[in-house]
Design a protein around this ligand. Structure first.
Ligand code: AMP
Ligand code: MG
Length: 544
């Protein structure tokens, strides 16, 4: 009997995935925007240009440690690891059709204009057009020096590369707008770094991560031309951005700058409210790390809130001012958008009031997104009207989470399991999992916790949810698994010691962050005491 019905040939199935050399490369940015006229790869100021052409520098022994299949699929790339892929993704081989470059950008760092920065170690290999006609930029980070490397070596270490790969994929599966990561390649070339900037430099394994996004354009790409009064290059870059990513704000020759800015404002507000939902602290929200598409970009000394604390930052480089602490991220987003607005303003001299009004949208937009998100986190999904008293419920919860050291992630998962009619003891037995020192909680604190819970239990019925429905609502937006700082640090140490499976298992857990996964309880465990002050777990620096 024939397995193949007549008239259907086996070739009519889905097209096979492509090898790296068969991908469809486009190089629109390089073709359409002004580039550096010099091909001098030495470090220098680059004027009237959006990028410099530069190829990655080869490494001795590229080893492909991770290839993320779902990101390969975005590119139509066959996810089978091959030596050829390791060569390309490690920066040893540029495939015909690729037009590698480093972007020129500037930025405000910690509130101060820093001048030209640029891709000092990131090199975009190519833009790939997939069968669905989406275009994805593929970029190697740690691929060697460029004209923008300033005083640094153009390289990256395993620990920071693994952190970027794991966190960007985790964010994607959490539903937070982010750049993606295709691969992690160990280079076989040690890199010298001083982890805590305390004079203890050591050699660490070098690595290259391949990042993927529709574009890596940042606020700083626009700021640099505005700062140099180069309105011609600025206009070309903005036109390019609108044509490709915001065509609704382009009408023939006319560019609707305020409309474009409004969309960036809304996307940025959404991204930051999502960070607050999942407990993510970016750590270095400089304007060169703010994506024009509202994606989380440039994972450096980021961290995940374990004990809930609005003042926490993982970045020891920012320890004194704490500019980029968890609770300040919404305000910093506004400040950064103001820098973008200032950079775009010269293109719309007759619409300065519109630009100002657009910027003023941000606090209300962020505030309402944040309030709504926090209400949804406690199961007030919006079936009922939100009430004035809800603000009091949220603010007293915030105070309690600080008063009694509480794991942010576990608290919302445990709260979902507390029946509304639970007795104080029953409720405490369920919530104790989320407290760092449950036995040290005083009688007064217990009474405060229970007062809050009773106010909450009295509010929920407005939503007309039973316990089961409320839990489903809450579990759908409160993750159980996030890339906790200490978990990622453990995986880094295992990988440094030659283990190649630990990172794959962590990535796999993080694919389904909202679903309880049997046998994987250790990935949901709150931070152990040993990790409280350990470098890499609670203290990170920009050394990467
Ligand atoms: P970041 O703090 O990672 O956002 O980086 C700020 C600037 O420093 C960017 O222009 C980076 O390209 C540059 N940079 C960071 N590390 C290195 C490095 N190892 N080599 C060259 N440039 C770097
Ligand atoms: Mg950066």
């Amino acid at each position: 009997m024939s397995a193949q019905p007549d008239g259907i040939s086996p070739a009519s199935g889905p097209e096979p995935a492509r090898t790296i050399t068969d991908l469809r490369f486009t190089d629109r940015l390089v073709r359409e925007l002004p580039g550096d006229r010099s091909d001098d790869s030495r470090i220098r100021q680059v004027f009237k240009a959006c990028y410099s052409r530069v190829a990655p520098t080869a490494v001795p022994e590229p080893e492909l440690v991770v290839l993320v299949p779902e990101v390969a699929e975005l590119l139509d790339l066959d996810p089978t690891p091959t030596p050829e892929l390791a060569e390309v993704l490690g920066g040893n081989r540029v495939v015909p059709g690729m037009a590698p470059y480093a972007a020129c950008y500037g930025g405000h760092q910690f509130g101060t204009w820093a001048g030209q920065l640029g891709d000092g170690r990131a090199i975009t290999l190519a833009e790939v057009e997939n069968r669905a006609h989406e275009t994805w930029e593929i970029q190697l980070k740690g691929a060697g020096p460029t004209p923008y490397s300033r005083r640094a070596d153009g390289r990256a270490v395993l620990r920071s590369s693994l952190r970027e790969l794991v966190c960007s994929e985790a964010m994607h599966h959490l539903g937070v707008p982010t750049t993606r990561a295709l691969s992690l390649v160990l280079t076989g070339q040690p890199v010298q770094r001083d982890l805590l900037y305390d004079g203890n430099a050591r050699l660490e394994p070098g690595a290259v991560v391949c990042r993927v996004a529709p574009t890596f354009l940042r606020f700083g790409n626009y700021e640099i031309h505005a700062a140099r009064d180069d309105h011609d290059t600025l206009r070309k870059l903005v036109r390019f951005t609108l044509e490709r990513y915001y065509p609704q704000y382009l009408d023939g020759e006319r560019m609707d700058i305020a409309g474009f800015l409004e969309e960036v404002v809304r996307r940025t507000a959404f991204m930051i409210s999502e960070w607050m939902r999942v407990g993510f602290v970016h750590g270095v929200m400089n304007t060169d790390n703010m994506s024009i598409l509202g994606l989380t970009i440039d994972y450096g000394p980021y961290g995940w809130l374990e004990p809930f604390d609005l003042d926490w930052t993982p970045n020891i480089t920012d320890a004194s001012g704490r500019r980029y602490r968890f609770g300040n991220q919404p305000q910093v987003g506004h400040w950064n958008l103001a820098q973008l607005a200032r950079a775009l303003a010269p293109l719309a001299p007759d619409h300065l009031d519109d630009i100002r009004r657009t910027l003023d949208i941000y606090p209300g937009e962020l505030g309402s997104l944040y309030r709504h998100t926090m209400l949804r986190k406690i199961g007030l999904c919006g079936r009922g009207d939100t009430l004035a008293a809800d603000d009091e419920l949220l603010s007293s919860l915030g105070a309690l989470l600080v008063e009694v050291e509480t794991d942010m992630t576990l608290f919302f998962r445990q709260l979902a399991q507390v029946p509304l009619r639970a007795s104080p003891d029953e409720a405490f037995a369920i919530l104790r999992e989320a407290y760092y020192e449950p036995d040290a909680i005083t009688a007064i604190q217990r009474a405060m916790l229970d007062d809050w819970r009773r106010a909450y239990a009295a509010r929920v019925p407005v939503e007309a949810l039973d316990d089961r429905e409320r839990r489903a609502c809450m579990d759908a937006i409160n993750p159980l698994y996030v890339p906790r700082n200490y978990l990622v640090q453990e995986v880094i140490e295992a990988t440094e010691q030659g283990d190649r499976t630990a990172v794959l298992e962590l990535l796999d857990v993080l694919r389904r962050p909202y679903s309880e996964q049997p046998g994987r309880a250790k990935y949901a465990a709150k931070r152990p005491e040993w990790a409280r002050h350990k470098p890499g777990c609670s203290m990170l620096s920009c050394s990467s």
